[in-house]
Write a protein that binds this ligand. Structure first.
Ligand code: ADP
Ligand code: TRP
Length: 321
């Protein structure tokens, strides 16, 4: 099975991204053909600061590698290093009905949040469709918020196949409802745009500060509490070893759960959980050239696949004379 997904380099990666996207992607390397990439062209719709975009791209790639993505067992690259994607975007744009894009809520949501209403932001789903179709991906793991974009990609692929002849694989979204939506410090979904995240790679002091900022209620210690309603417990349970989790569950149900103590414990568990990744990350940070080299080699492999698809597309639509 060919699996493909991308992540925007638009801010520090957090434990929500880790559980929702990076961890399952890394796990899928064992059984599937994996295509993973950093979507810097998409990030350009919201990050318009050259230094920040370039540094964010390298940082996101470094983090993905540090967390265990093995470039020998997948194709890992930066979107803009394969310029074929922009040509395919144009071809697809010419068969994409305006109404299809007008119905997309992510455009409305983003402009409502203050992102400038550019043509790029409006056409974002066409670029995403090109990302997926260029590599003939069969499965695309994404969060719920991206479901509509996958439907747009399928609609565009069907329209193209119907107009010009069978060319593209129709991609299936993989939206795992069992995968936890990690809550943020305030209990809403953890998200860069809500400022409620626990970034994966923080200094020890900063990490402690973030964990201490998890919002809890003011029920007295000895009073029983429902663990599933506690934001702290819902983050804690993603990382705690099962026996200890059972003990803490007992403290919630029977009374005696001390939030301060659980927060300190969570800080330590998080620190240990990402220890190895942090060490690998430090090595990559000391040698950014090695990350660039991995991405360069990944782009060469991705381009081979992209060029073959684009060649076929050019023939199909009459751009070969
Ligand atoms: P953010 O909301 O922080 O901007 P993105 O929209 O860039 O995150 O999401 C990147 C990936 O991480 C997506 O696949 C998304 O489903 C996943 N993801 C983001 N936040 C969470 C969360 N709180 N819980 C689980 N998965 C998440
Ligand atoms: N739009 C996706 C997001 O914000 C990122 C993305 C771009 C993507 N191209 C993709 C995801 C192709 C999967 C496949 O999360």
């Amino acid at each position: 099975m060919r699996i493909l997904s991308g992540i925007q380099p638009s801010g520090q990666l957090h434990i929500g991204n880790y559980f929702g996207m990076m961890k399952p992607m890394i796990a899928s390397m064992a059984e599937h053909e994996l295509y993973a990439f950093i979507v810097d062209l998409h990030a350009l719709t919201s990050v318009q600061d050259a230094q920040r975009l370039a540094a964010g791209t390298l940082e996101a790639a470094t983090d993905f590698l540090a967390l265990g993505l093995d470039p020998e067992r997948c194709i890992f690259w930066v979107q803009s290093d394969v310029p074929e994607v922009t040509e395919l975007t144009w071809v697809l744009s010419c068969i994409t009905p305006m109404g299809l894009l007008e119905r997309c809520h992510s455009y409305k949501d983003k402009t409502a949040k203050g992102i400038a209403a550019s043509h790029g932001l409006f056409a974002y789903p066409v670029l995403m469709a090109a990302d997926i179709l260029l590599y003939q991906a069969q499965r695309v793991p994404v969060g719920k918020d991206q479901k509509q974009h996958l439907e747009v990609a399928r609609d565009i692929a069907s329209k193209f196949n119907g107009t010009f002849g069978e060319t593209f694989v129709l991609p299936e979204p993989v939206i795992d409802d069992k995968l936890a939506t990690v809550p943020g410090l305030d209990g809403q979904k953890m998200s860069k745009s809500y400022g409620n995240t626990i970034p994966i790679f923080l200094e020890a002091k900063a990490l402690k500060k973030r964990v201490m900022a998890i919002v809890t209620d003011s029920t007295p210690v000895e009073q029983p509490k429902d663990p599933e309603k506690c934001n702290l417990y819902n983050i804690y349970k993603l990382f705690a070893p099962p026996e200890r989790l059972a003990e803490v569950h007992g403290l919630y149900v029977n009374g005696g759960a001390m939030y301060g103590k659980i927060k300190l414990e969570l800080t330590e568990i998080l620190w240990e959980h990402f220890r190895q990744a942090r060490e690998r990350r430090d090595q990559f940070l000391a040698d950014p050239g090695s990350v660039r080299e991995i991405l360069r080699r990944g782009a060469v492999k991705a381009r081979e696949k992209a060029a073959a698809t684009l060649e076929l597309v050019r023939q199909r639509v009459g751009l070969k004379y």
